[in-house]
Design a protein around this ligand. Structure first.
Ligand SMILES: Cc1cc2nc3c(=O)[nH]c(=O)nc-3n(C[C@H](O)[C@H](O)[C@H](O)COP(=O)(O)OP(=O)(O)OC[C@H]3O[C@@H](n4cnc5c(N)ncnc54)[C@H](O)[C@@H]3O)c2cc1C
Ligand SMILES: Cc1cnn(-c2ccc(OCc3ccccc3)c(C(=O)O)c2)c1-c1ccc(Cl)c(F)c1
Length: 467
């Protein structure tokens, strides 16, 4: 190696899920030597992958992250655009509300396909190796050593310049960090769980509902969403308190519940299939995780759910984790790959935004759980869109800032707080004005009560109504 040729950085990416697979592409693209460790077998060879949502919503931040490593088109060609939300009310009536202009749409993407595309992309880079069925067990943040256990229980320890924890909400890398002093950690399980159901194609083998929509059944205490799949089905996710899942103990109770709460969805889900899926599945938990810092020394850093797991009520967990890859990439450029400077800068830059979106997702959960039924959902969204049309520069709906721009999450929320204050003031003024108007009208009526009373009686007497 010549004097001027620096030793190639050697990094371990722990976790080959949505963020880890993408980050391995980022690290390989930087010319690093990359070892990607994934505790599961290669999902490209496994028949059924159990667990998480079968599809998810890809929006601007995730697309930008894919674009940077040349994967945006490879992924979006399998995506289904969702230009609007379709709100389903209790009568079965459906009302669409556009997300914005024609180029402002979120995409429904098959989770497994997305992961497979990124894993296959990783393999195309030189000096990259993927180790499936290798679970990280311990790591040393002084030496950069990491130990992995394979399915035979065989352990292997290697030393790296950087250990990148992309191992999800229950991260082993983060668990190691928690042993260190001054590492802040907070987790919350919410009382709601989720269960995936399926709306198959109809009898003509076509989509059973409008295709390019995020279907939402907002019911306060519980809610349901459906995202379209390429096979013309809809992956339908029911969010409900665990105690409600547990209270539905018989087929009759289940069918009765859906007849009352989701009458239009029941025939689409199919009673038999609904019973079979619901009675054989367990609702899965939803957790939010916040921690600080995201790095240790110049040896380890957390990305994705390992750093900031959030409840899925804003459709941003993956998008945020993918954007983490952009943020770290930019900072490594800014500090010329000097991990001792880049890692603290990454924590400083990313932690406030990640915490903000975790809080927003939780806020939206609380909002939707308590104050959002179809009417209020429609009013809020239509008002948002109207104000956006009138004040396009100042009134950008929060969902638009979050899903269709790369405005920092924290800034987006701060701007929204301003909007909320303005809206509250407007509604208060309108409310006060309205009340004053009502008061004046009532006063005038009371001053001429006899006159008005006689006119009303004469009018009603024409129809034989005498009071
Ligand atoms: C119901 C639901 C709906 C969602 N919908 C959306 C949505 O619409 N849009 C969106 O943006 N996000 C959504 N999300 C969030 C999204 O799924 C996560 O944010 C995303 O999967 C995080 O990716 P990740 O790679 O950080 O973690 P994960 O996807 O959890 O991947 C972690 C990987 O690490 C591996 N691993 C774990 N431990 C180890 C170990 N010790 N050693 C080696 N490997 C290990 C795991 O096997 C896994 O492959 C949703 C989540 C849920 C639960
Ligand atoms: C998967 C995915 C992708 N995006 N979104 C999403 C999230 C929030 C939204 O609004 C915030 C709001 C709605 C109602 C009242 C206040 C704020 C909107 C919207 O505006 O359409 C869309 C979801 C999603 C995920 C879970 C549930 Cl339960 C859900 F309903 C939607």
């Amino acid at each position: 190696m010549s004097f001027h040729q620096e030793k190639k950085k050697h990094v371990a990416v722990c976790g080959g899920g949505l963020v880890g697979a993408l980050n391995a592409c980022y690290m390989a693209r930087r010319g690093y030597k990359v070892d990607l460790y994934e505790m599961r077998p290669d999902i490209r060879t496994v028949k059924v992958v159990r667990g998480k949502s079968i599809n998810l919503a890809l929006s601007c931040r995730g697309r930008e992250a894919l674009k940077r490593v040349g994967l945006e088109d490879a992924v979006t060609k399998y995506g289904i655009p969702m230009h609007a939300r379709m709100i389903h009310d209790l009568t079965g009536r459906r009302r669409p509300i556009l997300y914005g202009t024609k180029d402002q749409y979120i995409m429904s993407i098959d989770r497994r396909l997305l992961n497979e595309i990124m894993l296959s992309a990783v393999e195309k880079f030189p000096d990259v190796e993927i180790h499936f069925s290798h679970k990280l067990t311990t790591c040393n943040f002084e030496t950069g050593e990491a130990t992995f256990e394979n399915e035979q229980g065989h352990k292997v320890t290697k030393q790296f310049d950087l250990i990148i924890g992309c191992d999800g909400a229950y991260s082993a890398v983060r668990k190691q960090m928690m042993k260190l002093s001054r590492f802040d950690y907070q987790q919350t399980y919410i009382p709601h769980g989720y269960m995936e159901l399926n709306i198959p194609p109809n009898s003509q083998n076509e989509f059973a509902m409008e295709i390019n929509y995020l279907h939402i059944w907002p019911r306060n205490e519980y809610m349901m969403i459906a995202l379209p799949n390429l096979d013309k089905s809809f992956t339908t996710t029911l969010f409900m308190p665990f105690e409600m899942f547990e209270a539905i103990t018989t087929e009759e109770k289940l069918i009765q519940f859906f007849k009352e709460e989701f009458p239009d969805a029941l025939p689409l889900l199919g009673q038999e299939e609904l019973i079979k899926t619901f009675m054989s599945s367990k609702a899965l938990p939803l957790i939010t995780v916040k921690c600080h810092p995201y790095h240790v020394n110049n040896k380890a850093v957390l990305l994705g759910d390992a750093a900031h797991a959030m409840v899925p009520f804003y459709g941003q967990g993956m998008n945020c984790g993918m954007e983490d890859c952009i943020i770290l990439d930019d900072i490594l450029d800014a500090y010329d790959n000097d991990f001792s400077k880049a890692l603290p800068a990454y924590t400083k830059k990313r932690n406030p935004d990640a915490k903000a979106i975790c809080d927003l997702a939780m806020y939206n959960y609380i909002e939707m759980r308590s104050k959002v039924n179809t009417t209020s959902f429609l009013i809020r969204k239509k008002l948002d869109n109207l104000l956006f049309k009138i004040f396009p520069k100042t009134w950008v709906p929060l969902y638009t800032m979050v899903s269709f721009t790369r405005i920092g999450y924290q800034e987006a929320i701060q701007r929204r707080e301003w909007q909320d204050q303005v809206l509250t003031r407007c509604l208060t003024v309108l409310g006060v004005t309205g009340l004053v108007g009502l008061g004046v009208m009532t006063y005038q009526l009371s001053q001429n009560y006899d006159h008005w009373s006689e006119r009303v009686q004469n009018f009603l007497s024409r129809f034989g109504i005498v009071y």
